[in-house]
Design a binder for this molecule. Sequence first.
Ligand SMILES: C[S@@+](CC[C@H](N)C(=O)[O-])C[C@H]1O[C@@H](n2cnc3c(N)ncnc32)[C@H](O)[C@@H]1O
Length: 324
Amino acid sequence: MKNGNLAIVDSLINDEYMQLIEAAWSKVGGYARDIVSEYEDDESAPATRAQALAWLRLAAARGVSHHSPVLPGGSALSFLKLARDAYPDFLAGESNGTHLLFSGDGLHIWRGYYSSSNPLYAPLNQAAAAALAERVKEGVPLRVLEIGVGTGGATLAVINALHQVATAPVSYLATDISASLLRSTADKLNQCPAGLIEFNFEPYDFNTEPTRQHVSTGGFDVVLAVNALHNAHNLPASLRMLSSLLKEGGVLITSESICGAGEQVHQEFFLNLLPLPAHRQGCSSRFLSSQDWQHAIGNAGLKSDIAINSIGPELMLLATVSTT
Ligand SMILES: C[S@@+](CC[C@H](N)C(=O)[O-])C[C@H]1O[C@@H](n2cnc3c(N)ncnc32)[C@H](O)[C@@H]1O
């Protein structure tokens, strides 16, 4: 019998999902082959682009199946196309992805990618929502802190789950390092039927001790992080600090994209247009492996129930972390 988190992960990363991943890789591989063919005899890409080029070469060399499923239209395909079109200028050192991905069409596609309407990404949101729903007790109020709320893709999945199970008030503090992203996400979330949920919004950088009123008050039943904590400069330190914001018996729930050693994550095709964060310099991926997560949680002196997908390469981790 599978434990709670493993049952959740395996219900989401199933055969149908693996078909989608194969379809995504078929696209990424094809695009990568087209891009690197321009660089076969020409090593003119600047050194700052070497890592992205090496990633593309690896992706281009992946085996090709002529029976691969076709990636359906939607935000994932749009994101891959946006990146494909951006690579020539990017590899020439004439642009970087920050402006491309965080304004105009790019931002619109970014929002769509991280929403649960994107079947390639939805499991991360749904896993967190399912794990959080399991913490809800009949008639008992709940205090939630979400970090790295971003576009609110995970938050919407959580709201839907809470509407199903909550029978007492839920205080939900949504935070992100980006005040502007948080403002636009607040506008979106404030339009949703609130039911028993009361939202607050506050900028917060999880690399630092909280100083602002709402976060620093602590006493949360759940700290939630969906695909955000891999950005922590010092993961054990952030985990320790976040767990200090929990009330006794509280938990930190995180769902994350993961990358096993020597593997690749399809999201990197577009994320590589952004600079690799300083704490991941020299690593082959901006995403951590399940082993990295286990070490970080252990180094933070915390206990955890960690699950990763049973089929396919390392794709998704769901962890419930606690001090006891
Ligand atoms: C890939 S997005 C996560 C997806 C998000 N759950 C959503 O539904 O859009 C990562 C988010 O983490 C935020 N982030 C990155 N570093 C952070 C930090 N140090 N503190 C707080 N948030 C951070 C980013 O601004 C971004 O919104």
